[in-house]
Design a protein around this ligand. Structure first.
Ligand SMILES: Cc1cc2nc3c(=O)[nH]c(=O)nc-3n(C[C@H](O)[C@H](O)[C@H](O)COP(=O)(O)OP(=O)(O)OC[C@H]3O[C@@H](n4cnc5c(N)ncnc54)[C@H](O)[C@@H]3O)c2cc1C
Ligand code: FES
Length: 254
């Protein structure tokens, strides 16, 4: 983990309400793994908490990190207003990341801004028999479909791309046709809860990437604690920033 001034190589609209920023951050890119994130200092707001942002892609050779950011509140709006040539203080890589575990067939599931870390996971672990399932609001919100390393099925809330359905529909159909060895998912909580239920009922190993409000991002403040279930039936708290953001779905208590 290192704290550096990362140079903005480009910042452009990726989809409706989503900005793609490519950073030159070789010190972070060389150690980064799919599913990890960085803590970005908000430009001009050194006194406020940093914002956690997932790695959509990392290229150790080029020394770059690709991010997809929703300008939601003031912090992400200021980050997204950075221009080519600006620098943004970034701490990373942080968190545990996904673990391919040598799985032969992985089904990837992404919803909305959660598609970004799933793209990183696909780059790291997709095999020929793997398949990704993405859910978007409309066709204007679509991203991450081109240059995907495995087959992708997209659905949308309004039917303007793919079926008008929840992403769990094509996921279930694919599972019925061929059971995967592993599922990796990131997206809104209702989507994660539905994926967790499917994986639990069918006893398919599954990793979920969680989002939680964060303070330090490095495991020191306990601001991102979530309740997790232990194998012996008891429970404990874990830190999303340090013990996650990726958790075994059996552990997660929504
Ligand atoms: C591990 C992780 C990865 C993430 N990856 C991405 C990503 O790739 N792209 C993306 O667009 N968003 C991502 N987010 C969500 C993003 O961090 C929040 O949307 C952002 O911090 C909100 O800040 P804001 O200033 O825009 O909003 P505001 O609502 O103005 O923020 C107010 C306060 O709440 C905190 N806060 C609000 N929502 C969150 C949240 N979900 N997580 C942590 N802190 C929050 C902020 O730190 C701030 O202190 C990720 C969150 C986590 C935890
Ligand atoms: S954000 Fe401080 S412990 Fe996780």
């Amino acid at each position: 983990m290192i704290d550096i001034d990362a140079k903005v190589l480009s910042s452009e609209v990726l989809a409706e309400g989503l900005i793609r920023i490519i950073l030159h951050a070789p010190e972070i890119a060389k150690d980064a793994k799919p599913g990890q994130f960085i803590q970005m200092l908000v430009p001009g707001e050194a006194h406020v908490l940093r914002r956690p942002i997932s790695l959509m892609a990392m290229d150790a050779a080029a020394g770059t990190l690709t991010l997809a950011i929703q300008p939601k509140g003031k912090g992400t709006q200021l980050i997204c207003s950075a221009k080519e040539g600006d620098t943004i203080r970034c701490l990373g890589p942080l968190g545990t990341g996904f673990d391919g575990n040598g799985a032969e067939t992985i089904y990837f599931v992404g919803g909305g801004v959660g598609v970004a870390p799933v793209c990183g996971a696909m780059d790291g672990f997709a095999t020929e028999t793997s398949h990704a399932f993405f859910g978007f609001r409309t066709k204007n919100h679509v991203y991450g479909m081109t240059q995907a390393p495995c087959a992708v099925t997209a659905v949308s809330d309004d039917g303007s791309i793919g079926e008008k359905a929840l992403v769990t529909k094509p996921l279930m159909e694919a599972i019925e046709a061929k059971r995967p060895d592993l599922i990796m998912a990131c997206g809104p909580t209702p989507m994660l809860r539905a994926v967790q239920k499917i994986a639990g009922e069918l006893n398919i190993p599954c990793q979920l990437s969680l989002e939680e409000r964060m303070g330090c991002g490095i495991g020191a403040c306990l601001g991102c604690n979530v309740k997790v279930n232990l194998e012996d039936g008891s429970w404990t708290y874990k830190r999303v920033c340090k013990d996650g953001p990726v958790f075994d779905s059996k552990e997660v208590e929504f």
